[in-house]
Every structure is written in structure tokens, then in C-alpha cells.
Write a protein that binds this ligand. Structure first.
Ligand SMILES: Cc1ncc(COP(=O)(O)O)c(C=O)c1O
Length: 442
């Protein structure tokens, strides 16, 4: 047994790292010790260009003064206030700011501490909404193959990534999945939205025919599936999903944990696609990744449906000790202010043409079977090594890290999502380094 007295200061064994090959990592650890703007500093003093905004979350770059200061001040002024039956001004202020920012029709906010919790919150709101409305038979939840909605039980049930699901029993019952939209045969090297596949939304009609609309509560999708390798929706697909869900009284949930807060060059994916969901799930960029926080925006109809019955009774039995935590709320407000001051929620649109050109210059290099892009997101899909899936992309990741560039890989896909403060020359740096790496990969 370890005690504090027998653990060496830099012993790596105690921390069981998330989504990491622990034994491999601990043999050759990759440590960051500092970060500023577009760069991380490694333990051995090297600068690493952040090509992934941390984990899709540091949209304004690192150690931004306004956010750092807001957190320090808030911790000193009001560190914590009970989240249930008590309030503090900044949580209300942040909710108001978010409602102003989100598309019209999303008027109320529930706070959480992560993307995963935001997903659970959204699914529970959807189920309870139908129940309160007197349509309690609507209990089914529909997700999509290759969807990622965090790691809690609701999220992995509607999610569609087999490795995240197969160890954990029967998951939620009454869940069905639409097919994913990834189609290399028809859409490889599309720029922006792929042209083929809008008809895949009609699979929802098939599911409705199978189960009947009266049993379905909600459909949840990421506007752009991020963690599964940047799967961009075919042109017209999300609009079609909106039509079908509306027709059948099914709630549409957009999981905007990645697409929210400027990633696509618009404040939210809903703005990019001109499709307003009934519920929007966010986290990550809400606080620039600095303090854990998520926010779930819901329509007035959903909110108002709960606001009935005796006023002294709790309307929705759900919430977290840290829902709307004061320090997180302060971080959120300072983050939104930083985005506003620097125009970051739309800067991705200005950079998108340059980003697209730069990424697609990698077409034709060894192993590259697809390049895709939208806003400030990109993916380079590699041909897997026979019998050793994921290995080729992971060695690209290791080489990039050695050469001072942080990328992210999932399967054999390299995903890129730099902070929205990136310069054009830093875009060139990412692509030049990647081109060099691709030429040297086995
Ligand atoms: C679309 C989506 N939903 C949910 C999550 C889960 O967020 P968290 O890791 O904060 O729980 C993620 C994380 O990458 C995500 O991309």
C-alpha cells in the first residue's frame, strides 16, 4: 500500500490516467508544465504549438489575463455558494449572457461541470419534459453510430463508439441509433460539407416507423462529430433531421461540446447550419477549458412546461453540487468577454479559407486517404497499417510532439482544432510540420 511517505515526488503510478495507454505513457511521459497563448511548454523546456486547443477547449488560447484574473478575484470574494435553494449573482449573469448568445428560442440554462454531465442533463430534461407534458410513453432516446457524448451511462448509451460501450453491460434500454454519415467512397477530400448523404437523415423515419413516434423522446447528435474523427454532416442532413423530429414531436438535442463557442466560425454549430435544436449541450469552450463547467440551453417551451404545480415544490429533481459554481461562473463570464473583445466567435470564419487551403495541400502525401475541414476544425485520415489499426496515426502524434506540435489522433485520423487566436503563419507551421511527418511515417 502506498502512503504519502513512501511515494516518490514524481512517481507516476498512482494516477490512473484517462483515455491513455498508461503503461506506455509512464515509460516515456509527455508532460506539459506551462502554457501561454498558442504554446505549451514541456517539462524539458520545449515549446509546443497547440494544434488542438488542449482537448478542443482552450478556444481563446492559454493563460489569458482576463480569465486568470477573474478566477483569482472570484475565489477570494465568494469561493462557493450552495447550488440548491441558494444563488449568487454571477451564475444568473452568465445564464443571461448565454441566452443572448445562443440562437433565438433557447432561453434557459442549466449548469453542469463537464460535457458528459451536460449530456446526462439534456437526456433527463428530455425524458422528464414528455412525462410532465402527459406523454410519458416517450421514453426512447435515439443517438447515432460513431457519436461521442461523453462517458457517463446515458452518453455511452446514445453514443456510438464500440470501445466506449462494450465493457459496460446493457447500458440504457430503449435506445436506438441512426447510421453515421462518413462515406469515403463518395465524399473523400470534400471541402466543407460533403455533398452526399443528406438522405441518411431519413433513417430516422425508418426508426420512427419501427418504434412509433409516441415512444421516442429525443434524438441527440453532434452537429459535427468531433471525437470520432471529425465527421462533417452532408449538406442538408441536419436540416432534414430537424424537419423529421419536428414533424413527430421528438426533441432534437445538439451536442455542441466541441462545435460551440466559435469552433465553426459562428458562435454555435446551430448558427452555422441555421438549425435550432430544442436543447443545446455545451461545455469545454464555455470557460476556455480553464475551470470545469458545462451549460445546457433549453427552449422556453421545455422550461415553461416544468413551471407548474405548487410554487414551493422543486420542479426538476436534478443538479450538481457545483452547478453554476461561483469561480466557474466568473471564468465563463471572463471567457465570453474575451471572445467578444477579440471577435473570436467569428474569427474562424475569416481563417477558414486559409485553413482549408493549407490542409488540402496534404492531399497526395503518403497514407493520406481523406482531408476534411469545416470552420477551424480539420482531419487527415490515414490508411491504417494492415492488422495494426491506430498505430500509424499514433506514431504521427509522437513525431509531432517531438517536433513541437500538438495534434490529436483517434483511430487513424489526425484531428486538428487550434485555438481561435492562431495566426496564418502558425497554420502554415502546422501543415509544414505535418507534411514532413507524413513523408517519414511507416
Ligand atoms: C460532443 C461531445 N460531447 C461530450 C463530451 C464529453 O465532455 P467531457 O469530457 O467534458 O465530459 C465531449 C468531449 O470531447 C464531446 O466531444
Amino acid at each position: 500500500m502506498s502512503t504519502s511517505s513512501n511515494v516518490a515526488p514524481n512517481d507516476l503510478s498512482a494516477f490512473w490516467m484517462p483515455f491513455t495507454a498508461n503503461r506506455q505513457f509512464k515509460k516515456a511521459p509527455r508532460m506539459f508544465v506551462a502554457a501561454k497563448d498558442m504554446h505549451y511548454t514541456t517539462a524539458d523546456g520545449r515549446q509546443v504549438l497547440d494544434g488542438t486547443a488542449g482537448l478542443w477547449c482552450c478556444n481563446a488560447g492559454h493563460a489569458r489575463p482576463r480569465i486568470v484574473e477573474a478566477i483569482a478575484n472570484q475565489a477570494a470574494e465568494l469561493d462557493y455558494a450552495p447550488a440548491f435553494q441558494m444563488g449568487h449573482p454571477k451564475a444568473f449573469e452568465l445564464a443571461n449572457r448565454l441566452v443572448d448568445l445562443t440562437p433565438d428560442g433557447l432561453d434557459h440554462v442549466l449548469f453542469t461541470n463537464s460535457g458528459s454531465e451536460s449530456v446526462e442533463t439534456a437526456l433527463k430534461v428530455a425524458l422528464a419534459y414528455h412525462k410532465v407534458k402527459g406523454e410519458g410513453s416517450r421514453t426512447r432516446l435515439i443517438g447515432r453510430e460513431r457519436g461521442y457524448h461523453g462517458v457517463n451511462f446515458g452518453g455511452i448509451s446514445v453514443g456510438g463508439i464500440v470501445t466506449n460501450r462494450k465493457m459496460f453491460g446493457t447500458l440504457l434500454t430503449g435506445v436506438d441509433h441512426m447510421p453515421h454519415t462518413h462515406n469515403l467512397a463518395k465524399n473523400a477530400f470534400s471541402r466543407g460539407l460533403p455533398p452526399h448523404g443528406a438522405d441518411l437523415a431519413d433513417e430516422l423515419e425508418r426508426i420512427v416507423t419501427l418504434h412509433d413516434a409516441s415512444t421516442i423522446a429525443a434524438v441527440i447528435v453532434e452537429p459535427v462529430a468531433g471525437s470520432t474523427g471529425v465527421l462533417i454532416p452532408p449538406a442538408g442532413y441536419l436540416q432534414r433531421l430537424r424537419e423529421i423530429t419536428k414533424k413527430h414531436g421528438i426533441l432534437l438535442i445538439f451536442d455542441e461540446v466541441i462545435t460551440g463557442y466559435g469552433r465553426l466560425g459562428t458562435p454555435f454549430g446551430a448558427d452555422y447550419f441555421g438549425v435550432v435544436p430544442d436543447i443545446m449541450v455545451t461545455a469545454k469552450g464555455l470557460t476556455n477549458g480553464v475551470i470545469p463547467m458545462g451549460a445546457v440551453m433549453v427552449s422556453a417551451d421545455i422550461h415553461d412546461t416544468f413551471m407548474q404545480g405548487p410554487e414551493h415544490l422543486i420542479e426538476f429533481f436534478h443538479g450538481y453540487t457545483y452547478s453554476g459554481n461561483p469561480v466557474a461562473s466568473a471564468a465563463g463570464l471572463a471567457t465570453l468577454e474575451t471572445y467578444k473583445e477579440e471577435g473570436l466567435l467569428t474569427r474562424g470564419a475569416d481563417l477558414a479559407p486559409k485553413w482549408e487551403e493549407a490542409l488540402h495541400s496534404l492531399k497526395g502525401l503518403p497514407h493520406v486517404i481523406d482531408v476534411r475541414n469545416i470552420g477551424l476544425v480539420g482531419a487527415i485520415e490515414l490508411q491504417p497499417i494492415d492488422g495494426q489499426p491506430t498505430k500509424r496515426a499514433f506514431s504521427a502524434f509522437l513525431k509531432a510532439f517531438e517536433q513541437g506540435l500538438l495534434i490529436r489522433t483517434t483511430g487513424d485520423i489526425i484531428a486538428l482544432s487550434p485555438p481561435l487566436i492562431i495566426s496564418e503563419s502558425q497554420i502554415d507551421e502546422i501543415v509544414t510540420k505535418l507534411a514532413g511527418i507524413l513523408k517519414t511515417l511507416d
